[in-house]
Write a protein that binds this ligand. Structure first.
Ligand SMILES: C[S@@+](CC[C@H](N)C(=O)[O-])C[C@H]1O[C@@H](n2cnc3c(N)ncnc32)[C@H](O)[C@@H]1O
Length: 212
């Protein structure tokens, strides 16, 4: 990928234009393990999924294409990602991609079985409100699945910049200790990744499941 390192962090926070598309492809590949573990938290009964910050939406092919019974709505703040996803999935009209400003929780008619959001936490001004704002559009017994890479790992990533706020699992537990959700479960994973120059390194990440 031929994008200057200082710009990568900006595109991760909000992909824009041609470089945004290239960075989004890189992040879809390197984050696939986190995305897959997040979707794996869905239960058999979950038939409608809302995803916040879906990136380039290429993960829907391996994760959802075998499940036409699942309705999927993706919300993104990036116009570039919305356009990319709509083109990628133009033959799958039951996937909907909506700009953040066009998704108003208080006007949305149906409730979802699950909301998923991966690698978005770092960019939220108020992480607790970010998650709890979706409470009204989650079915009773439904869930919000929030996935993030651990602070210790992220602090070593060269393109992490001032747009990112980093969290350990302990930080997140404190933020959500009095959440409106009825039950919270925390899962920690470690995966081995390979850098473009062939070096292997480990990444710890956390999947937090909030149940209504
Ligand atoms: C680091 S990328 C992660 C993309 C993908 N989920 C992944 O894990 O590879 C963050 C994405 O979330 C989007 N995003 C961040 N905060 C958002 C918000 N509050 N609402 C909608 N999209 C958001 C950004 O535009 C960006 O495409």
């Amino acid at each position: 990928m031929n994008v200057e390192i200082e710009k990568i962090g900006h595109h991760l926070a909000h992909p824009k234009g041609e470089d945004g598309i290239k960075v989004a492809e890189m992040m879809a590949n390197s984050n696939y393990g986190m995305i897959e573990k997040s979707f794996r938290q869905l239960s058999e009964k979950d038939k409608s999924v809302l995803e916040i910050g879906f990136g380039n939406a290429s993960h829907l092919e391996p994760l959802l294409s075998g499940h036409p019974e699942i309705t999927y709505v993706g919300v993104e703040q990036s116009e570039t990602m919305i356009r990319f996803a709509r083109e990628l999935w133009k033959n799958t009209p039951y996937y909907k991609f909506i700009r953040s400003e066009d998704f108003a929780v208080d006007q949305w008619q149906e409730a979802f079985d699950a909301v998923v959001s991966v690698n978005t936490l770092y960019f939220q001004e108020n992480p607790k409100s970010f998650v709890e704002n979706f409470y009204p559009v989650i079915q009773d017994n439904g869930s919000f699945i929030l996935t993030f890479a651990d602070k210790e790992f992220m602090a070593k990533v060269p393109f992490v910049n001032e747009l990112f706020t980093l969290y350990s699992l302990g930080d997140v537990k404190i933020i959500f200790e009095d959440t409106i959700f009825a039950k919270t479960e925390y899962h920690t994973f470690n995966e081995i990744l390979t850098s473009p120059d062939g070096e292997q390194f480990g990444r710890d990440f956390h999947v937090v499941c909030f149940y209504k």
